[in-house]
Design a protein around this ligand. Structure first.
Ligand SMILES: [Zn+2]
Length: 102
């Protein structure tokens, strides 16, 4: 059944999004969810719960290792491409020689 515009607007008056309430970290001053650990420094209620500096370092190391692995793989691909090119050149030379012999 069709609703009036007012009826639709009244229903939608509750659809607005609210900004999340955030608390300020007592250790580093960053904003974090209330009753949750600070994601910047890993403190909760004035004590360290998770060593976030170690976690961030571990993550950076992981990303670096991944980048290096990708680079190494790309280097291998380039080498294999060169190898196939040289092989193709060799085959071409051999076919030339055999043609000359004929
Ligand atoms: Zn903090």
């Amino acid at each position: 059944m069709r609703h009036t515009r007012a009826h639709t607007a009244n229903r939608r008056s509750h659809h607005a999004l609210k900004a999340p309430t955030l608390a300020v970290c007592s250790n580093c001053g960053a904003k974090h969810r209330p009753h949750h650990m600070c994601l910047e420094c890993g403190f909760y209620k004035g004590r360290m719960v998770v060593d976030m500096t170690a976690k961030k370092k571990a993550r950076a190391d992981r990303m670096q290792a991944k980048k290096e692995a990708i680079k190494a793989q790309a280097g291998e691909l380039d080498q294999s491409a060169e190898e196939t090119a040289t092989e193709a050149a060799k085959v071409a030379e051999e076919t030339k020689k055999t043609e000359e012999n004929k």
